[in-house]
Design a protein around this ligand. Structure first.
Ligand SMILES: Cc1cc2nc3c(=O)[nH]c(=O)nc-3n(C[C@H](O)[C@H](O)[C@H](O)COP(=O)(O)OP(=O)(O)OC[C@H]3O[C@@H](n4cnc5c(N)ncnc54)[C@H](O)[C@@H]3O)c2cc1C
Length: 515
């Protein structure tokens, strides 16, 4: 299913028009396409994706062991039961997404190999015009749309983030970033050094341990991990009772979300107790002699960064068996044979893997203009982390970090469909989020509060992101539990939403289908 079955209009000079244009065929873009087809079946829409297939994150990342760190009961869609083990491989997630595409006939709406490079809004026509380059033919194609649904994720897919270390060029081995893992990388029998301490490093270590000569995880500072069986006891019990999978999906989602809410509350109210519980979990696998203080005790409170789940304790098994080791230190410089650390120690390696994160990409590296003026998103204030002041007819799906991303893709899906229907019933061709008089003097801050959540890629790119206001509706609260009740009751006639109701003529004289 890598090719679109949508009729191609190669070479066409007139832009093709759609009521809604979805950018990206990752987990969010497919969710948005599903909700649109389901809730607004009369709308014509297209999904443009720069890669040759769907999946986004799960198509891009191909390093050994690649898997989710959230459970698929909540990372999976609300509308499609997950029937496998909670932690899933990229291949399993893509196969699940493929079923959603097949079962709902979404493939006819998707066009692959379309890399969008510009989006221009015209207030005269109340239309977005997008230009995309077809990566197969090199041709530039144009589209117009009333509504732009941005599902391009948050990181640059073409490359990952690698810091500049001193004398990197002197290393005689191979340097690899997990995001661009060479398919033919021969690591068998080699010494592999992984730089990083996040979920990616924690996935790579067990995947390589035992296959390469030795794998070392070098971290500047430790991360919290929690571990457990890759199984959901409740789901398994319900299956034994032959309960329908749709019910199981809903019940297990509620149970997981209930437990996560409780964990988040405890992490906030009694961080020290939660910290000791997490450390005890690690100690149980590595034994009393292991230096947990140095290697597994972060300096920050639990939950300030995403906590990586280690299914079946596989990371710790490799360490216990001597196939993997953890070093906590800083890199002084690269040397011919590996890296020299600040402590003076040298780590030898044949392959160095820089599991050092992502490059933030705000809105898909697309050059936006509004009435010919370049749009700088950092000059805008976000409406609930999905719309932006002064930016007409555009929604961005930016999910949760402490809960599964997809929960928000589903909530925003409902919101956008409700908004589109509302615009249709009003005859509105434009909606612009606007600060109300009572919001004008509100204190503005960065997209997220660094005290609350501070992963590296966000800290590096914060200056590029829209501003957050001091009031709830001008924030991405990262609070699924509140938003699940708030979003369905958002008053679409609130003064935040500035509608324009003239009905423009469309190219060719057709009536705008949104009106
Ligand atoms: C290794 C890894 C593991 C993760 N695990 C989890 C997890 O377990 N749970 C969780 O909640 N989150 C996880 N995340 C975060 C994850 O990225 C999101 O949860 C989710 O997959 C994002 O989906 P998305 O569709 O919004 O964006 P993406 O997956 O980034 O997909 C965006 C798509 O848009 C396309 N695109 C971008 N710009 C353009 C353009 N200009 N023109 C055309 N197409 C464009 C891209 O090619 C891509 O296919 C993980 C991230 C990584 C990297």
């Amino acid at each position: 299913m890598t090719e679109s079955v949508f009729p191609e209009r190669a070479g066409s000079q007139t832009p093709e028009h759609f009521d809604v244009l979805i950018v990206g065929a990752g987990i969010s873009g497919i969710a948005s396409a599903y909700h649109l087809a389901d809730q607004c079946p009369e709308m014509r829409f297209v999904v443009l994706e720069s890669q040759e297939s769907y999946g986004g994150t799960w198509h891009t990342h191909r390093y050994p062991g690649i898997r989710s760190d959230s459970d698929l009961y909540t990372f999976g869609y609300r509308f499609k039961p997950w029937t496998g083990a909670p932690i899933a491989t990229a291949a399993e997630i893509r196969s699940y997404m493929g079923e959603v595409i097949d079962e709902n006939g979404l493939d006819r709406h998707i066009r692959y190999r379309h890399a969008i490079h510009s989006a221009s809004w015209s207030s005269q026509d109340n239309l977005w015009t997008l230009e995309a380059k077809r990566t197969d033919t090199g041709e530039t194609v144009r589209f117009t749309t009333h509504f732009l649904w941005m599902c391009q994720g948050y990181f640059r897919h073409s490359q990952g983030y690698t810091p500049e270390w001193r004398s990197m060029e002197s290393f005689k081995g191979q340097i690899v970033h997990p995001q661009t893992w060479p398919e033919d990388l021969a690591y068998e029998g080699k010494k592999v050094l992984i730089i990083g301490s996040g979920a990616t490093a924690a996935t790579l270590v067990p995947a390589l341990a035992g296959k390469c000569a030795h794998v070392t995880m070098l971290q500047r500072s430790p991360t919290y991990f929690f571990t457990g069986r890759n199984a959901n006891v409740l789901a398994n019990e319900l299956r034994q009772l032959e309960i329908d999978e749709t019910w199981i999906h809903e019940i297990v989602r509620r149970k997981i979300l209930h437990d996560q809410a409780e964990f988040t509350r405890r992490a906030r109210e009694e961080p020290e107790v939660v910290k000791q519980e997490l450390l005890a979990g690690v100690r149980a696998h590595l034994g009393p002699e292991f230096d947990i203080d140095t290697h597994f005790t972060p300096g920050y409170r639990p939950w300030r960064q995403r906590i990586a789940f280690i299914p079946d304790a596989d990371l710790f098994q490799g360490v216990r068996d001597g196939k993997a080791s953890i070093v906590t230190d800083e890199i002084e410089q690269f040397v011919e044979t590996g890296v020299e650390l600040k402590s003076g120690r040298t780590l030898d390696a044949d392959i160095i893997v820089t599991a050092t994160g992502f490059d933030l990409s705000v809105l898909g590296d697309i050059a936006f203009t509004i009435d010919d003026k370049p749009l700088n998103f950092s000059d805008t204030v976000t409406y609930r982390g999905m719309m932006f002041t002064g930016v007409p007819n555009l929604v961005w799906v930016f999910g949760y970090f402490r809960a599964s991303w997809t929960l928000r893709a589903d909530l925003i899906g409902d919101f956008v469909c409700r908004l589109l229907r509302h615009m249709k019933s009003k005859g509105a061709s434009r909606v612009v989020p606007t600060l109300r008089p009572e919001d004008e003097n509100m204190t503005l801050g960065s997209w997220v509060d660094p005290e609350n959540f501070n992963p590296g890629y966000l800290m590096r790119g914060m200056h590029l992101l829209p501003k957050r206001g001091s009031k709830r509706e001008w924030q991405h609260t990262q609070d699924y539990w509140a938003e699940k009740d708030e979003f369905p009751t958002i008053d679409l006639d609130d003064a935040v939403f500035d509608y324009t109701c003239e009905l423009p003529e469309m190219p060719g004289g057709a009536k705008p289908p949104l009106a």
